[in-house]
Write a protein that binds this ligand. Sequence first.
Ligand code: DC
Length: 239
Amino acid sequence: MTSHDAPDPARDVAADDAFAGVVAMDGPSGTGKSTVARRLAVRLGARYLDTGAMYRAATLAVLRSGVAQTDDTAVTAAVAGSRIDISTDPRHPATRLDGEPVDGPIRSAEVTAAVSGVSAIRAVRAHLVAAQRQLIGAGGIVVEGRDIGSVVCPSAAPKIYLTASAETRARRRAGELGAGTDVAAVAADIARRDRLDSSRAASPLAQASDAIEIDTTNLEIDEVVNRLVDIVRRTAPHA
Ligand code: DC
């Protein structure tokens, strides 16, 4: 028995009852989406895909290439010419760009400032959505993003849409960024990205009509995860 086969106390299900479908987890940043999605995947014995990390790695590729961010064709070529690898292990999320680990650089202020622009380009989205569908494969995965239930995997079940008050989202993001972070500046940046992500023509951030909305403002992460495990047990297919 390898260490990968050892019983996992955090996991709810036996290996032969692992979750076989796709959970779509959409919503804006600061709603707890990433943490919730990862913990849910562990509980279900499923894989995990952070599509935001893919848009961030694509943006880093664009910044490194030096092309003008206003030149959609050059930006798309820079993305298509780069290699983005992403782990789907919920315990070890990791992103590589052209073979180099970029988990730090993709969270930098420069990437965060540029990512909404890059992810608004239709051809960039088409390229990354194709890669995401390949990674999703036959399922057994929790996928987080902005357009998972509406575009990437409309057949996902359940579809979850997380929200939280603007103030809570800014506080959580500032907490992630570390002590001394200016919460008002973070709130302004979140509002700017929300506006861009929700108003772009190509696959805007939108709640799928059949998504279950959960407001996380007054919930602890584990309460949200427990609710989701219940929802998955009720609604989703198992192997
Ligand atoms: O989840 P995040 O903040 O790491 O996402 C970074 C950016 O990527 C976000 O501003 C919107 C974009 N994004 C997207 O357009 N579609 C997705 N499926 C995921 C992220």
